[in-house]
Ligand binder design. Structure first.
Ligand code: BGC
Ligand code: BGC
Length: 739
């Protein structure tokens, strides 16, 4: 296999794993020197302790809000074993005061250990601080990607970081940089969609928002890029099942977001629970050492995923015993094991070291990285940093930001005859399983892991039904359940109610889920919901579909029956309001699909497929309508002939030719007409979100470089071939020849 510098993946940019030190703070070398000095004083057992991560259940009794720290369990973990890290909640989110008590007890125990090394607490803040009760819940990452607005992603991540650190938690297992190219996968909603450049841009923005300039600040947290790499492409569509990804494809599509976020200074990486080409992520020394460290220049902490060293035995069968699995994983490059529910890892690693199967120098590498992270986070100065930051949890400003994000994400997929926006005085039937559900708006990782306990959702923000009713009043808003997610309830009643309404709004989609429990065997929207739409269509009234879903559930059978279709994704807690704002035209929709919306169950093809791969999408990647119209003109690509390696300046004019203000996402695609490996029909190279007043025109300029015309060749290296390239923006195209 070839080794190549990170710069190749990104085209001419050098890998810089650490941001320059701001004034007064120690630089990376100084931090490492300090970490080594601390490590020098550690026993082998203490080093192994640092590499061990346990879940909160290991130091507590009870669950949910009845969880109580158990002092003797805590002492065993933090003092006897000296564990370096603890994670998670036991079922439900805690109020800040509860977190302060939990973290206070943990850090007090750590102070009583021989070297008083603070514990690094980690949490999944996936769309806001979803495990801190009362925190702001933003749209899920797939919805954020639909905004095509990295600046907004940076802002929402900044708030998520501050609200997480307020609880005393300095480490966030986010962003997910797995490129979402398998729509069946239950974690698609956690991704930034199917395009590698869009995912990279959003991922970099998330890292910047989480970590800021100084990750040790009381309002910042360390980011964790996950799940390195290839997790998101299971052939079966089920979570944690095998992927087959040729190295050229891995480099073309799956590695670049990780490379970009590492270059932006991300401090930690979590490993893929699945296997790629027969090699489990946790035993893949090539990817973890040669590529991640060698090529991408990553210097931070690599943490395993949940129980994944054990799963080398139980799921992947590459080791007969957990001891052998531990040896493989540590030698492959894991720094910290998310064990997380027993002491097998420290016990077995100790045996391996005593037997000489793992050198102490290997532990030292990992311990240095872990201690350096704790130093950088400021935990040695103040293990509870952040708890007194004064951040206002779920402030009015943060909620406004979440509302803005939800509004920007919603994507108008169909609007026949200008059915939307609805007139302010409509009589509306609201129906369907997601109409009155906050859990569906939020999806998984919301107050609980599965996010499916409706009764836990704060009721001060409306569901879709609630927001429509608040606007129209109870007499103009009719609600009939119609169908549950998988079962018919009262289709005939829904159809009858539709007949006496001006318009029916059917809110469809998915119940909340996370990870493996979200597995499905059919991407088609469940039969009961299709039958609901068919019953409503029989009423011969205008029909709007609102899709609240983490995956593009196939709607081919009913798409024609609807006059308008809104994709809401999982817009978060402000999503009910945002959907109503778009339906009634207070907000002009501007979201664009970050995924292909497939039409047929057996044609799950990404937008950047080779020409010979034929598939028709229901709605294409990048698509999304507006209540105004945008017209493109003057696509200029001078000079028509450029030399390879020269910069290419492209420009285009976009005009708001309608009567409403609106935002457009200008997307520039490149297609190689001929290449030595079959080229994709097109590839996104640049995008820009612009807001235009009615009648306003804007010229946009894009500077392209060699990497925009190159691809990963059969030797796994980027190559730039001469030839003709077609540049496309909107409905315009212009050819360019590179010599
Ligand atoms: C998930 C990770 C998550 C971890 C900790 C795992 O099951 O795959 O994404 O960060 O658990 O909750
Ligand atoms: C964690 C998940 C994990 C699961 C396993 C949850 O509490 O957050 O990440 O996969 O437990 O049961």
């Amino acid at each position: 296999m070839n080794r190549l510098p990170a710069s190749f993946l990104l085209g001419g940019l050098t890998a810089l794993a650490w941001l320059p030190a701001a004034a007064g703070r120690p630089g990376p070398d100084e931090v490492l020197t300090r970490a080594r000095a601390r490590r020098d004083r550690m026993t082998v057992a203490e080093k192994i302790g640092q590499m061990t991560q346990l879940e909160i259940g290991m130091i507590s009794d009870g669950k949910d809000q009845d969880l109580r720290i158990n002092e003797s369990k805590l002492r065993k973990a933090v003092v006897e074993y000296g564990v370096g890290s603890i994670l998670n909640v036991f079922e439900t989110a805690y109020p800040v005061s509860r977190w302060h008590e939990i973290l206070g007890r943990i850090q007090a125990a750590a102070r009583g250990s021989r070297l008083a090394v603070p514990v690094l607490y980690g949490i999944d803040t996936i769309h806001g601080a979803n495990y801190v009760a009362g925190a702001t819940l933003f749209p899920q990452p797939l919805a954020m990607a639909a905004t095509w607005d990295p600046g907004l992603m940076r802002e929402t991540s900044r708030v998520a970081a501050a609200e997480t650190r307020l609880a005393g938690i300095p480490w966030n297992f986010s962003p997910i940089l797995d490129v979402g190219r398998q729509p069946l996968w239950s974690r698609l909603f956690e991704t930034f969609g199917e395009d590698t450049r869009l995912a990279a841009a959003m991922g970099v923005a998330a890292v910047e928002g989480y970590q800021g300039e100084d990750v040790g600040s009381p309002i910042r947290v360390a980011a964790c890029l996950k799940h390195y790499v290839g997790y998101s492409f299971p052939a079966s569509g089920h979570d944690r099942t095998p992927a087959l990804i040729p190295e050229v494809t891995l480099r073309e599509h799956f590695l670049p977001p990780f490379a970009a976020a590492i270059k932006a200074g991300a401090r930690t990486v979590m490993v893929n629970s699945g296997e790629v080409n027969g090699v489990p992520g946790h035993a893949n020394g090539f990817l973890l050492r040669d590529v991640l460290r060698g090529e991408l220049g990553f210097q931070g902490v690599v943490v395993s995923d949940w129980e994944d060293i054990k799963r080398l035995v139980t799921a992947h069968h590459v080791a007969a015993t957990e001891k052998e699995a531990t040896r493989q994983a540590i030698l492959a490059g894991i720094d910290m094991s998310m064990v997380p529910s027993d002491y097998s890892f420290p016990d077995l690693l100790r045996q391996l070291v005593d037997e000489g199967a793992i050198p102490v120098s290997r532990l030292d590498e990992s311990v240095d990285r872990i201690l350096a992270l704790k130093l950088e986070l400021g935990l040695f100065d103040d293990a509870l940093r952040g708890t007194e930051s004064g951040t206002e949890l779920g402030s009015a400003d943060s909620r406004r930001l979440a509302l803005r994000a939800a509004r920007e994400s919603i994507t108008l997929l169909k609007n026949e005859g200008g059915l939307l926006p609805l007139p302010a005085r409509s009589r509306v039937l609201v129906t369907g399983p997601t109409a009155d559900s906050r859990a569906a708006l939020n999806n998984g990782w919301s107050l609980t892991w599965q996010g499916d306990r409706e009764s836990l959702s704060p009721t001060d923000r409306p569901t879709i039904l609630g927001a429509i009713r608040a606007r129209l009043g109870p007499s103009a808003t009719r609600y009939v359940a119609g169908a549950a997610f998988d079962d018919e309830i009262d289709l005939a009643a829904a159809a009858a109610a539709a007949r006496s309404a001006d318009v029916a709004v059917a809110c469809l989609g998915e119940r909340a889920y996370a990870e493996t429990p979200g597995n499905i065997d059919d991407l088609t929207l469940p039969e009961a919901q299709l039958r609901l739409v068919e019953a409503l269509a029989g009423a011969k009234r205008p029909l709007v579909l609102v899709l609240v879903e983490g995956r593009p559930r196939i709607i081919r059978r009913v798409a024609g029956a609807a006059g308008a279709i809104l994709m809401a994704y999982n817009p978060g807690l402000e999503g009910g309001q945002a959907v109503a704002d778009v339906l009634f035209g207070d907000v002009n929709p501007s979201g664009k699909l970050p995924i292909t919306y497939p039409r047929d169950p057996h044609a799950l093809v990404n937008y950047d497929h080779p020409a010979s791969e034929t598939a028709v999408a229901q709605f294409e990647f990048g698509f999304g309508l507006s209540y105004t119209t945008f017209t493109y003109s003057d696509l200029r690509v001078p000079p028509r002939t450029a030399r390879r390696g020269d910069g290419v300046e492209a420009s285009v004019v976009v005009h708001n030719s309608g009567r409403r203000a609106g935002a457009e996402v200008v997307q520039l695609y490149v297609s190689a007409l001929v290449a030595s490996l079959t080229p994709p029909v097109k590839r996104l190279v640049r995008f820009d979100r612009v807001e235009l007043a009615p009648g306003e025109r804007r010229e946009l300029r894009f500077s392209l470089g060699g990497e925009d015309f190159s691809f990963i060749g059969p030797d796994n290296r980027p190559r730039l071939e001469p030839g003709t390239f077609r540049l496309r923006v909107g409905d315009l195209a212009q050819d360019l020849t590179l010599e």
